[in-house]
Write a protein that binds this ligand. Structure first.
Ligand SMILES: Cc1cc2nc3c(=O)[nH]c(=O)nc-3n(C[C@H](O)[C@H](O)[C@H](O)COP(=O)(O)O)c2cc1C
Length: 338
């Protein structure tokens, strides 16, 4: 009987990330700090530091700390963050081994710059054509993230992206994200051709996550359907949907959108300024929930996978439990076929 670790896709992800288990803890602004990245790395996975809106000195300090401790990691850069280009130059200068471009899409020369200095580049692919474009731009690997995921999300679900992206680009390592929190699912994704998986919500709830206890306790109780994606009210103000557990802060966001739409209509504010206000709202609201534990008005960004996670566990236990379950499922599949 073979184990999951014998699969060629597993090995492809393992070689690309240079880790024991090709399972990433996706970057989460305010949450993916050095402590979580280190815990994931110690458990055999791959941790990604979230640059978010960090002041450049702080980002440099966190990179320095991870490097000093000999941790193998990546940095997630938000291409629409105000200090994105500073983040990119600092990450390249400090020879971060893996750069994950998030937010919108990186320019070709930004990918080239990162690769020239030795970084391996991972890009999000939210459609088949974007996957193609990112490969042409030089991405070394893709992350396919369905809109079941937590935080800022695209329009398409994981199951559709699997068919549009994973099944169509067999040559490049593809990591699947959005809605994953069980070993059974992990086993099936590797069989479908994933080189690895990325999870966020399950790690936000881990013991090593720096999130406030009230935040983790709220996650523990939440059901999948409570992780709600914010609607866009009017095309005059295009917004990226955010998936979070519904609370009073969700209503505040609705009011903010209406207020900004009025201001756009009255020409008091430009569309771009309004979009900036929206992103500022989310960054502040997430900080309020994660750091202050304000679960009523802060943003409880979470994927629908929040309904699959009921315990606060150490990262090591999360890895052990997921991998044991994945291997049991893999054995069952082999028995079914033989
Ligand atoms: C609280 C929270 C914050 C997040 N922040 C970021 C971020 O800063 N950059 C990013 O690329 N993805 C971000 N994500 C997405 C995760 O990295 C990951 O891809 C996603 O959570 C996977 O789906 P899951 O939540 O179902 O596991 C965030 C997710 C959550 C839950």
């Amino acid at each position: 009987m073979k184990s999951l670790q014998d699969l060629k896709y597993w090995k492809k992800g393992q070689v690309f990330l240079d880790v024991k288990s090709p399972m990433l803890s996706g970057a989460m602004t305010w949450i993916s700090s050095t402590s979580l990245v280190k815990a994931v790395s110690d458990a055999g996975g791959f941790g990604v530091l979230a640059a978010g809106n960090m002041p450049i000195d702080l980002l440099a300090k966190e990179i320095e700390l991870l490097k000093r401790e000999g941790i193998h990691f990546g940095v997630n850069l938000i291409t629409i963050a105000p200090n994105y280009l500073d983040h990119l130059h600092k990450s390249i200068e400090m020879k971060v081994p893996y750069i994950v471009f998030a937010g919108s899409f990186p320019r070709k020369n930004e990918i080239r710059m990162a690769k020239k200095e030795g970084a391996r580049v991972m890009c999000f692919a939210s459609t088949q054509s974007i996957a193609q474009r990112m490969i042409e731009y030089g991405a070394d690997a893709l992350i396919l993230e369905g809109n079941e995921a937590g935080g800022h999300i695209g329009h398409v679900s994981t199951i559709i992206l699997i068919q549009q992206v994973l099944f169509n680009f067999p040559d490049i390592p593809i990591f699947v994200a959005g809605g994953i929190a069980t070993g059974k699912m992990i086993a099936h994704l590797f069989l479908m051709g994933a080189s690895g998986i990325q999870m966020g919500t399950i790690f936000a709830m881990s013991e090593e996550s720096p999130a406030h206890n009230a935040f983790k306790e709220r996650y523990k109780k939440a059901r999948a359907r409570e992780a709600f994606a914010t609607p866009q009210y009017d095309s005059a103000l295009p917004i990226v949907a955010v998936r979070a557990i519904k609370n009073k802060g969700t209503n505040d966001f609705g009011k903010l959108q209406l207020d900004l739409l009025n201001k756009i209509k009255n020409k008091e504010i430009s569309r771009l300024e309004a979009q900036f206000e929206v992103e500022k709202f989310w960054a502040d609201a997430l900080r309020k929930a994660v750091q202050d534990g304000d679960v009523q008005y802060g943003s409880l960004m979470a994927g629908q996978s929040v309904g699959l996670v009921d315990d606060i566990k150490s990262v090591d236990n999360i890895f052990n439990d997921l991998l044991s379950e994945a291997n049991r499922e893999f054995e069952n599949i082999q028995k079914l076929i033989s």
